[in-house]
Design a protein around this ligand. Structure first.
Ligand code: NAD
Length: 477
């Protein structure tokens, strides 16, 4: 008997969780669940994290968590509990298989069978945001080498173990050369270790467009967090419904299983929601804990239900579907089919003893890091960058003001009058060529800025790593 933690969540959560647990119980899953309360009630009870220590204790003790969707209350700065759980437990890999069930569920893509592997901890989901001036707010995009190595290796291991042919990487490194550039570089390094698996890379915009139009071109796709969030919803939706896909959040120690959709407050309490996403998440959970026979039995009963046209409202289509059923009715139909194999859709046979080869991250030897200058961000309400440059050029004796940008576009020297400027200026000071810079120069510069009443809102140091520039140029530089 495996102990797991269960949260029934918000909105449609309790209905689809009840349906799922009934099916698991009827199938003889060897699990004992411990229920915890997380989400809306906890938030509104005054706990701004949406989860209390008893829930954390249960999840950390049991290490396997089946979670229904929860509602993040709007406004008041509530942090997303999903992101908190994924990151606090180190659940770096979010696996979202999306395949179609043609001709039983309407889709324009009868042959699609795509697994989206989304990095789950980093990127803009670091949630580090600041308002810096009246007009400008900032969100920090953090991409790390360990994060990239772990997720990309996971994707290739997944492809190898599940006999997939290709791994595709989605990035935007034509624009974000350092952050998405690192993800892409690591992808190419690790792809070279898996010569038996094809690999390719796509700029995310055209990659997403092709995936939405011709998903048959893709097999396993791996990408940073935000792209994965958006694209996995699209991928699930074009396979038939966002209500169909399950999701596994995998870490080194713990794992969480859920549906990919949200709490659907618009249909909550009506007994119409499709429990398939959560059920398929639960099937992934059973595989994860080694109860593969039960996982197969449930999945095949689910396929029978689908191919017999027993459909919930979100996938019900006249001419294709046969019986419109409620959430409860759907679960009862799955239970009635336990032990049967689908007649037209291929029955599933899950691999046994899946063992991922995921070595512990090894930090590399530190690069030779050389200080090259500093970007000083200034809140200034003027319009003319030449005027700002004049004020700033006198602030440092050790570094030269070499460029000012506004929203990343160079506006000094030789800016264009057409460029729209906000009150947020990035002012680059560089150590003159051939000279050795010292970081103390920043302190001197900032002290002078205070004396001259220049409103510095933040600084970013500029470094070279083993002779390679570790910062972007200004647009137009
Ligand atoms: P949603 O996924 O809840 O709903 C989008 C649309 O899909 C709605 O029309 C809904 O009725 C439909 N839908 C979703 N699941 C369905 C199902 N199982 N059966 C039938 N129809 C289904 O997205 P949203 O409306 O943007 O978000 C609602 C809430 O869910 C928000 O508070 C959001 O923060 C939260 N959310 C939670 C999770 C999670 O817990 N993992 C994920 C996404 C969103």
């Amino acid at each position: 008997m495996q102990k797991i933690t269960v949260a029934k969540g918000d909105g449609i959560g309790p209905e689809i969780m009840e349906a799922t647990l009934n099916i698991l119980e009827a199938a003889g899953a060897q699990i004992e669940w411990e229920e915890v309360e997380i989400g809306e009630k906890v938030y509104l009870g005054g706990n701004s994290s949406g989860i209390d220590h008893t829930a954390w204790d249960s999840i950390r003790r049991n290490k396997v968590f089946l979670k229904a969707p929860i509602t993040t209350p709007q406004g008041k700065g509530y942090k997303s509990l999903n992101v908190t759980i994924r990151k606090s437990l180190g659940l770096y890999s979010n696996v979202r298989p999306c395949n179609s069930f043609h001709p039983f569920i309407k889709t324009k893509h009868p042959d699609m069978d795509v697994v989206v592997i989304r990095e789950n901890e980093e990127d803009l989901y670091a949630g580090i945001e600041h308002q810096q001036t009246d007009e400008v707010v900032q969100c920090l995009k953090l991409i790390t080498r360990p994060g990239c190595e772990k997720i990309v290796r996971y994707a290739f291991e997944y492809a190898r173990l599940y006999k997939r042919k290709k791994v595709s990487c989605f990035i935007k490194d034509n624009i974000m050369k350092h952050t998405d550039g690192l993800f892409h570089r690591v992808f190419k390094e690790i792809a070279a270790e898996y010569p038996d698996i094809k690999s390719d890379s796509w700029i995310v915009d055209i990659g997403a467009a092709r995936l939405a139009d011709e998903p048959e071109l893709f097999d396993v796709v791996v990408m940073p967090n935000l792209y994965g969030d958006v694209i996995s919803d699209i991928t699930a939706q074009i396979s038939g419904s966002v209500g169909l896909a399950g999701s596994a959040n995998i870490g080194d120690e713990c794992a969480m299983f859920e549906a990919i959709h949200g709490s659907a407050p618009d249909i909550a309490g009506q007994n119409v929601a499709n429990p398939s996403g959560l059920l398929r998440g639960a099937v992934m959970m059973l595989n994860h804990i080694g109860q593969t026979d039960v996982a197969e039995m449930i999945n095949n009963a689910w396929l029978c239900t689908i191919e017999e046209g027993i459909h919930t409202r979100d996938i019900y289509k006249e001419g294709i579907s046969k019986h419109l059923v409620s959430t409860k009715g759907f679960a009862e139909a799955v239970i009635q089919h336990l032990g049967q194999s689908p007649k037209k859709i291929k029955a599933v046979e899950f691999a046994r003893d899946i063992k991922f080869n995921l070595p512990v991250y090894q930090r590399r030897q530190s690069a030779n890091k050389v200080f090259k200058g500093v970007d000083v961000f200034v809140d200034w309400k003027g319009k003319n960058a030449d005027e700002l440059a004049e004020k700033l050029q006198i602030l440092s004796k050790d570094m030269q003001l070499t460029m000012i940008t506004n929203r990343g576009v160079k506006v000094w020297p030789h800016g264009f009058s057409e460029t729209f400027c906000t009150d947020h200026w990035r002012c680059r000071y560089e150590v003159p060529n051939g000279q050795k810079g010292e970081k103390i120069a920043i302190a001197d510069l900032l002290a002078n800025a205070i004396k001259e009443d220049i409103d510095v809102i933040k600084t970013e140091n500029l470094y070279e790593f083993d002779g390679v520039r570790g910062y972007s140029l200004g647009q137009g530089q």
